[in-house]
Design a protein around this ligand. Structure first.
Ligand code: AMP
Ligand code: MG
Length: 424
């Protein structure tokens, strides 16, 4: 199968018209991210408040974790050299080491010390024998054979070593990271400031919820999916509402949005039928390219700068909005936030039915990922794949990614799936 990340050279585009060739998704991502300046401001926050934020600088561990060699089990600390290779070993028990005690006691040849999980290993001891296999007898412990020197011992610094990066800049902090920071006694970390993203919907046909629909009108749903996706990314949001298809209104909205936000996201108005009007406005305000992307759903998209802000003009169809957000805009927003972007963690699953696909464009189908009786991942495509059918997004739990060069898939063949959880 072709590499999903193969980056074709960008095709030429201009400010004034659609490119003649459709641009591969990877090329569009590369063009958006190339030279993009991440937000520079840094704030120090308490570690609980750092969840889902972007770490701005490496955090070096001030200590070794663990700070001492210690026991991984309840049992007996012994010297590996004292263990008989055959038959049992009998050792004198000279005391007990509890977790939280400073350590520093020593065992000599022929001795053992009772030890609890997490307790510092006595000097001289390098091995722990679990208590379940040991037997006490008159101040001595009888140990079975078959024990390995070094077993059940955690080494000093095996988790983190002093002055080495515990976490590196660009990491989006997870619950595990908060625990890791706590484990090295770090109370505050530097994070990049949140992205400020303004967004609006365009279209004369759109009404907001709470309004009554006249014939031909529809409710604006894109502002809600965009709100949800941006919130999941941890952005600060500026909701600019619905903007009618009218040059002055669009221009005023764009000006206001670009003055207050790092990024502006609009939906609608970039398809062939409507783009001329949008282009006129964008050409007056900034430097925006109109692209035809080799993808489905999606295709039309605008990207560029308006004043100090980056502008993402997404298509209007509700599913196309979500797909272009997740697979294009999100990549650039992550870059803008200072996050280290990662290759998508695809799950390879067997398609439970044939999937038609044309090579030469990326296709994103809504799927339901599950397991067969043997526990192997299997995916089925949700029934209706139309780019306006939002219910198919709602019932699915993953996107089946059919890569640019990939062709049709036969039933039973593996396909790459991206679970929605991975996109949060
Ligand atoms: P456009 O790209 O503006 O031509 O829009 C393409 C299709 O998406 C049209 O059927 C629009 O009515 C629909 N659409 C555009 N914006 C929205 C929105 N915010 N909510 C729901 N549907 C929309
Ligand atoms: Mg429209």
């Amino acid at each position: 199968m072709p590499s999903p990340d193969s980056i074709d050279r960008p095709r030429p585009t201009s400010n004034t018209g659609f490119s003649t060739d459709a641009m591969p998704v990877a090329a569009a991502i590369a063009r958006m991210c190339d030279g993009l300046q991440p937000v520079a401001a840094i704030e120090r926050v308490a570690i609980r408040a750092a969840l889902s934020r972007v770490l701005a600088q490496d955090v070096l561990s001030p200590i070794d974790v663990p700070a001492h060699d210690n026991s991984a089990m309840d049992g007996f600390a012994v010297r590996g050299v004292d263990l008989s290779p055959q038959g049992t070993t009998r050792l004198e028990v000279v005391g007990t080491a509890l977790a939280g005690e400073p350590g520093g006691r020593r065992i000599e040849a022929g001795q053992a010390m009772r030890i609890m999980t997490g307790a510092v290993m006595p000097d001289g001891a390098d091995t722990v024998i679990v208590q379940e296999v040991a037997r006490m007898e008159a101040g001595h412990v009888i140990l079975p054979d078959g024990q390995q020197t070094g077993q059940n011992r955690r080494l000093r610094g095996e988790d983190l070593s002093r002055d080495m990066p515990a976490l590196t800049a660009g990491k989006i902090l997870t619950p595990a990271d908060l625990g890791l920071l706590a484990s090295i006694g770090v109370a505050e970390v530097p994070v990049r400031r949140r992205l400020r993203v303004a967004f609006f919907s365009t279209g004369n046909e759109l009404r907001s919820i709470g309004e009554t629909l006249a014939p031909g009108q529809i409710y604006d749903s894109n502002r809600y999916t965009i709100y949800g996706m941006l919130t999941a990314m941890g952005a600060d949001l500026i909701d600019m509402g619905v903007i009618p298809d009218q040059p002055q209104a669009l221009e005023a909205a764009m000006r206001a949005a670009s003055e207050s936000a790092d990024a502006v996201i609009s939906s609608g108005g970039v398809s062939v039928g409507e783009a001329d009007f949008t282009k006129q406005v964008m050409n007056r305000l900034g430097d925006v390219d109109f692209w035809t992307i080799a993808m489905r759903p999606g295709r039309p998209m605008a990207f560029g700068r308006v004043g100090p802000a980056y502008y993402f003009g997404l298509p209007g169809n509700p599913v196309a909005v979500m797909i272009t957000f997740y697979f294009l805009a999100r990549e650039a927003l992550l870059e803008l936030s200072g996050a280290r972007r990662q290759r998508p963690a695809y799950v390879s699953a067997r398609a439970d039915q044939p999937i038609r696909k044309r090579p030469g464009r990326s296709e994103y189908q809504r799927g339901v990922l599950g397991h067969d009786d043997a526990g192997r991942p299997v995916v089925s495509i949700t029934g209706t794949q139309g780019s306006g059918v939002l219910s198919s997004m709602s019932t699915s739990n993953c996107i089946v990614v059919l890569h640019h060069d990939q062709g049709s898939v036969a039933a039973g063949e593996p396909v790459d799936c991206l679970p929605f959880e991975g996109l949060l």
